[in-house]
Write a protein that binds this ligand. Sequence first.
Ligand SMILES: [Zn+2]
Length: 79
Amino acid sequence: MITAEERLKSDYACPRCRGSACVVHHVALPHGILPLPFGPYLTTTCVLCGYTEFYDRSVYENLEKPAGEDSARSRRAAS
Ligand SMILES: [Zn+2]
């Protein structure tokens, strides 16, 4: 099964420079650094320009499941 990190990399297109390569990091935020929940988060950093995006990992992993056959197959396998 493809991981959220692999999905982020394979889908990546930098919104700033259109680069297609990024580095993914798994991040938990110390309290007080940003007004956000602790996490976990995934970040993508464009290797060409350094533009960085944050993804809430739990949301991203749920959103990323395709609406098609993959999710239907995993539902059947789980029941
Ligand atoms: Zn970029």
